[in-house]
Write a protein that binds this ligand. Structure first.
Ligand code: ACO
Length: 327
């Protein structure tokens, strides 16, 4: 059977750094509160002229270079984001053009902070089914553009980033994407929502008056959801492969809150030495978070060929899921 094997990873982050001390000057908060409650020290923020496609191009080009491949080898671009450059054309098409992936089909996939999990699942299924053989999966978000910078309950949490992987079909291998589990619960959609701007509440429509034009999040509800979702998805993806937490070499979770990650890892029974963390430097980068983690884990020697990696994401939708990958 064919497996989707990761050939290379890349990342794209803006240069501008916003620290907790910078935020102290904007809202009533403190470095101590943010560090203790979230584990975030600083985050990267796009300049006005930078958008999701720019970070994505940086990530995609680095992933191609690390894979030793050229853009015309790509059959499909799946770009996971909820902060697309435009309503249309898709950001995937903008990236397809800019990197010169002339043969590739391209589309955007919106599953918020679980976007990359959904993207890898979709890309690997396409490869296993024989529809495409080389798929570029990008996770990117620039949520700093959709924050209310007077709302201390949200503006301290998010940062901007992209990460990318190249998936390629290989026969007779035990490497690659082994198993995916995906879930949704639209009944919890109101807990993390950006109401204005699309067909329900278009910007500048009288009908939209009073509707939120920036990210609203019920932190406590999201926290409760996240801890359960993360644990359940990991338990299920491991059980479906007849594996346990002891078999996992590295756990790369969505970096939303260090307390969510630590309590979930404990619940799953994962040793903390196996948990990858970079939330301190980047904050919650939504769909960018997991591929950026994979990129850094490999770069810093935490991830090598043959390792068993478990990734898990959860976010607005509500959506969540996990991937088990033999690196
Ligand atoms: N600085 C200082 N004080 C603050 C801040 C801040 N930035 N934000 C909130 N507070 C205050 C609150 O007003 C509250 O004060 P009060 O007790 O006087 O009312 C107090 O701190 C405690 O607030 P809580 O909301 O209870 O703080 P909590 O410990 O729950 O942490 C947090 C809040 C960090 C948002 C947490 O709930 C969380 O991480 N939730 C999950 C977020 C998440 O996982 N998101 C992922 C999905 S996002 C996506 O998909 C796009």
């Amino acid at each position: 059977m064919k497996r989707a094997v990761i050939q290379g990873t890349g990342h794209g982050v803006p240069e501008k750094i916003l620290t907790n001390f910078d935020l102290e000057k904007i809202v009533d908060t403190s470095d101590e509160w943010i560090m203790q409650r979230t584990g975030i020290r600083e985050r990267r923020i796009c300049l006005d002229e930078e958008a999701a496609s720019d970070l994505s191009v940086w990530a995609a080009e680095e992933a191609l270079k690390n894979a030793g491949m050229t853009a015309d080898e790509i059959d499909m671009v799946i770009l996971c984001t909820v902060s697309n450059d435009f309503y249309f054309p898709s950001t995937a098409c903008l990236v397809q053009d800019r990197i010169g992936a002339r043969r590739a089909a391209a589309f955007d996939l919106g599953a918020a902070c679980a976007g990359f999990i959904y993207g890898v699942s979709t890309g690997s299924a396409m490869i296993e089914a024989g529809h495409h053989n080389t798929v570029l999966v990008i996770g990117v978000d620039t949520l700093s553009k959709f924050l209310d910078w007077t709302d201390r309950t949200t503006c301290v949490l998010f940062g901007d980033a992209a990460g990318a992987v190249i998936l390629k079909g290989e026969e007779n291998t035990d490497r690659g994407v082994m198993k995916t589990v995906l879930f949704s619960d639209g009944g919890g959609g109101h807990h993390i929502i950006l109401e204005q701007g699309k067909s329900r509440f278009p910007v500048d429509s009288p009908h939209s008056f009073g509707r939120g034009d920036s990210i609203y999040m019920n932190g406590a509800e999201t926290y409760r959801f996240a801890v359960n979702a993360l644990g359940d998805a990991c338990d299920k993806v491991l059980a479906e492969n007849g594996l346990t937490a002891a078999d996992v070499d590295l756990f790369v979770p969505h970096q939303a809150n260090i307390r969510i990650i630590e309590s979930s890892a404990k619940r799953i029974g994962l040793d903390e030495s196996k948990v990858f963390l970079n939330i301190e430097k980047y904050g919650n980068t939504s769909a960018g978070s997991i591929p950026l983690g994979l990129y850094e884990a490999e770069k810093f020697g935490r991830l090598k060929k043959g390792d068993l990696v478990m990734t898990v994401g959860f976010g607005a939708g509500l959506v969540w899921g996990a991937n088990l990958i033999r690196w």
